[in-house]
Design a protein around this ligand. Structure first.
Ligand code: WT7
Length: 645
C-alpha cells in the first residue's frame, strides 16, 4: 500500500467527536505559544488539595531535572475514586470478566473505593507508608487494580511485576526496588494452564531479598500452598476484616507514584520512576483526547497491568476520567477462537485498544469468527506497542471496525508515561502504518546519528525537544544512568531509541528500535540482558543476541553462542534454558546457533548487523566486511545457519 492511502475519519464518528481539526489546531497553537498557561489549564482536570501555580521547571541540560506542577498537592487514588463518588458513585468503574464466561464482577465507583480502602488499610497494618515500595505480582483480577490504587492512597510506590518473569527476574527487581511487601496470588489461569505465581515468588525470595517483610497471598484458584510462618499472610481474610475507610495521603506533585521496570540496551532492567502530578495529568489528558472519551464508554485495553499500557490505560487514565474499564483475565482464543469478540459483545465495549502482535495472530488464526459477531458497540480502535503493518491495520479497520471506527495507532514508551504520537480521531485522517502526528505540547525532532536536526521530509533518530508532564523523572537509584541513557545522545534532547521517518504531510512512521533493544510480542528485551544470562553458564565463552522479523511476534530472538567445548551435547537447549531461567518464558529464543566465533571489529565490538542478516538468510548485501578483525568468520557463520535451516 502506498502511504498516500488516507483514511478520513468516518462521518458518523467525526460528527460526534469532541475535538475536531480546528479545535486540535487551536490546542496545538496554545500549547506551543504559552506552554505554562496551557499545562496549568490542563492541570485543572484533576482535583488538587493545593492547586499548582507553576507548570514546568524542567531542564534537559547538565544534570537533567524534570519537574511539573511542583507546588501542587494531590492524591492519585482520590482522583480516580473519591472525586467521582458524589456524581457517579453507582456507575460501574470496573467490569472484571474472568476466563470463564460466568465469571463476571461489576464494581461501581463506590464499591471500588471501598475495596481500595480495605486494601490500603491492610498495607498500613503491616507498617507500609509513604515512599515504601510494594511489589504487585497478580493475574488480571480486580485486586491488581485495587492494589495499585491502595498504594497510591497511602503514598507507597507500586512496582507491578509481570507474571511471566522468572524467579531470578523477580528477585533482581525486588532487590533493586527494595520492596517491603509483596502481593501475589496462589496461581494465575492461563487457558488450560496454571502459572504458579506464589511458588515462583517463593523461589525468588529464597535467592535472598532482605527488604521483603511480608507476602500477601490472594486465593485465585484456591490451591493449597505452603505458607512461610511470620512472612506469608492470606490476603482474603485480612481484606474482610479491614476497615472500609482510609484517609488518603496528601502527596506533592513530584512525589513518585510508581516504579516500573523496563529493558534498555545495556545492563539490567531499570526502574523507571513516574511522579504523581505530571503523570496523572498526562494519563487523563491523553485518554480523553486520543480515545475521544465520553460518558457511557466501555473502555477495554487488553494490556496486562504489569506493563505501562496497563498502568495508564487500564487504571489511571480511564478512572481519572470517570470511565468504565473492562479487565479481562483470559486469552484471545480460549476456550475457542472468537473469545475476544464475545467479550466485546457481552460487555458492549466501545473502545478497544490492543497490540499489533495480537491483531496479526487474530488475522491469521481467528477462523473467521469475527464475522459472526455484531461488534456494533465498537466506535474506536487503538493499537500500541510496535509498528503495525498496513495490512494488519486495514484488517483491524475493516474486519473488526467494519469501516465505522477510526484506528488510532499510538506511539509511546514506558518512559513517556502516556501517548505522545497518535491521530486525534475526530481531527486527524489516518494513514495505515503511521502513528501520524504529535499531540499538543509534544515537540518532536528527527536527528541524524551525528545529532544534526533534520527538517521536513526525512528519516532519523526520534527525539523530543522539550519536557511534557508525563515524562519519567529518573531511574530508581540511578539518575546518572537516566541522564546517560536518554540525554547523552544529543544535548538538549530526550532520545527515544526509535527510528522514524517524517513524510510530506509531517506524519511520523516509526521504523523500530535503533538501539540494542528488541520487541518480542510487545515485550521489550535488551540484547545485553540475554547475553548476560547466557554468559552465566560457563560452558559458553560468549554470545550475541539479535532480533529478526517474526510473523506474529513482530520480532523473534536469535542467539549465537560460542561454546568452550562444541562437542558437548545439549548446548543449544542449555542456552535457551539460561534465558527462560534468567528472564522468563516470554524471552525464549526462536533459535540458538552454536558458532565457532562471533564477527567482531578490530576493536572487539560484535557486529550485530551482520548476525541479523545472516540469521535472516539475507546474504546479498552483507556490506563492507573489511572492518572485521577476521572476515573468514562470515562464511563459517553462514554454514552453521544454512545447515540448521
Ligand atoms: C517501544 C516502547 C507504549 C506502551 C507499550 C510499549 C515501540 C510503542 C509503538 C507504535 C511503533 C511502537 C517503540 C517504543 N512502540 N508503540 N505505535 N508504533 N512502535 O512500551 O515496553 O516501553 O516499549 O515500543 O519501539 O520505543 P515499552
Amino acid at each position: 500500500m502506498s502511504e498516500k492511502e488516507i483514511f478520513q475519519t468516518p462521518p458518523l464518528f467525526a460528527a460526534q467527536a469532541a475535538v475536531d481539526g480546528d479545535r486540535l489546531r487551536q490546542m496545538t497553537e496554545e500549547a506551543a505559544r504559552d506552554p505554562e498557561r496551557f499545562w496549568l489549564g490542563q492541570a485543572g482536570r484533576l482535583d488538587w488539595t493545593w492547586r499548582p501555580t507553576v507548570a514546568s521547571g524542567s531542564s534537559f541540560a547538565d544534570d537533567v531535572s524534570i519537574r511539573w506542577f511542583a507546588d501542587g498537592r494531590l492524591n492519585a487514588s482520590v482522583n480516580c475514586l473519591d472525586r467521582h463518588l458524589a456524581e457517579r458513585g453507582e456507575q460501574i468503574a470496573l467490569i472484571w470478566q474472568g476466563q470463564e464466561a460466568a465469571q463476571v464482577e461489576r464494581l461501581t465507583y463506590r464499591a471500588l473505593h471501598e475495596r481500595v480502602c480495605r486494601m490500603a488499610n491492610v498495607l498500613r497494618g503491616l507498617g507500609v507508608g509513604r515512599g515504601d515500595r510494594v511489589a504487585i505480582h497478580l493475574p488480571m483480577v480486580a485486586e491488581g487494580v485495587v492494589a495499585m490504587l491502595a498504594c497510591a492512597r497511602i503514598g507507597a510506590l507500586h512496582v507491578v511485576l509481570f507474571g511471566g518473569f522468572s524467579a531470578e527476574g523477580l528477585a533482581d527487581r525486588l532487590n533493586d526496588s527494595g520492596a517491603v511487601v509483596v502481593i501475589t496470588a496462589d496461581e494465575a489461569r492461563r487457558g488450560a494452564k496454571r502459572i504458579p505465581l506464589k511458588s515462583v515468588m517463593d523461589e525468588a525470595l529464597a535467592r535472598g531479598v532482605p527488604s521483603v517483610r511480608h507476602v500477601l497471598v490472594l486465593a485465585v484458584t484456591g490451591l493449597d500452598l505452603p505458607m512461610h510462618d511470620g512472612r506469608d499472610l492470606a490476603l482474603g481474610p485480612l481484606l474482610a476484616e479491614a476497615s472500609p475507610d482510609c484517609p488518603a495521603a496528601e502527596m506533592a506533585a513530584e512525589d513518585p507514584l510508581f516504579l516500573l521496570y523496563t529493558s534498555g540496551s545495556t545492563g539490567k532492567p531499570k526502574g523507571v520512576v513516574h511522579a504523581t502530578g505530571g503523570y496523572m495529568v498526562w494519563a487523563s489528558f491523553t485518554h480523553e483526547l486520543v480515545f475521544d472519551h465520553r460518558a457511557g464508554d466501555v473502555f477495554w485495553c487488553t494490556a496486562d497491568i504489569s506493563w505501562i499500557t496497563g498502568h495508564t490505560y487500564v487504571v489511571y487514565g480511564p478512572l481519572a476520567n470517570g470511565g468504565t474499564v473492562l479487565l479481562f483475565e483470559g486469552l484471545p482464543s480460549y476456550p475457542a477462537p472468537g473469545r475476544w469478540w464475545e467479550v466485546i459483545e457481552t460487555h458492549k465495549v466501545t473502545t478497544f485498544y490492543t497490540a499489533p502482535t495480537a491483531i496479526r495472530s487474530l488475522m491469521r488464526d481467528d477462523g473467521g469468527t469475527v464475522e459472526r459477531h455484531a461488534l456494533d458497540s465498537l466506535r474506536l480502535l487503538g493499537s500500541v506497542g510496535e509498528p503495525i503493518s498496513p495490512d494488519a491495520w486495514v484488517w483491524f479497520h475493516e474486519a473488526v471496525g467494519r469501516g465505522r471506527c477510526p484506528v488510532v495507532d499510538t506511539w509511546w514508551q514506558t518512559e513517556t508515561g502516556g501517548i505522545l504520537i497518535a491521530p486525534v480521531p475526530g481531527a486527524v485522517p489516518q494513514k495505515p502504518g503511521s502513528a501520524t502526528l504529535p499531540l499538543p505540547g509534544v515537540e518532536l525532532a528527527l536527528l541524524t546519528d551525528k545529532g544534526a536536526v533534520i527538517e521536513g521530509v526525512g528519516e532519523g533518530c526520534l527525539c523530543i525537544a522539550r519536557s511534557w508532564p508525563g515524562q519519567a523523572r529518573t531511574i530508581w537509584g540511578g539518575h546518572d544512568r537516566f541522564r546517560q541513557t536518554y540525554f547523552s545522545f544529543c544535548p538538549g534532547y530526550y532520545f527515544s531509541g526509535d527510528g522514524a521517518r517524517r513524510d510530506e504531510d509531517g506524519y511520523y512512521w516509526i521504523t523500530g528500535r535503533i538501539d540494542d533493544v528488541i520487541n518480542v510480542s510487545g515485550h521489550r528485551i535488551g540484547t545485553a540482558e540475554v547475553e548476560d544470562v547466557v554468559a552465566t553458564d560457563h560452558r559458553f565463552v560468549e554470545c550475541a543476541a539479535v532480533g529478526i522479523p517474526h510473523d506474529i511476534k513482530g520480532q523473534g530472538l536469535v542467539v549465537f553462542a560460542v561454546a568452550r567445548d562444541a562437542a558437548e551435547p545439549g548446548l543449544a537447549d542449555a542456552a535457551s534454558l539460561a534465558v527462560t531461567r534468567g528472564i522468563g518464558r516470554y524471552a525464549v529464543p526462536e533459535r540458538v546457533y552454536l558458532v565457532p566465533d562471533l564477527p567482531k571489529t578490530r576493536s572487539g565490538k560484535i557486529v550485530r548487523r551482520l548476525l541479523r542478516k545472516i540469521a535472516c538468510h539475507e546474504l546479498d548485501g552483507l556490506g563492507d566486511l573489511s572492518t572485521l578483525a577476521d572476515a573468514t568468520i562470515v562464511g563459517r557463520l553462514i554454514a552453521v545457519v544454512g545447515s540448521a535451516k
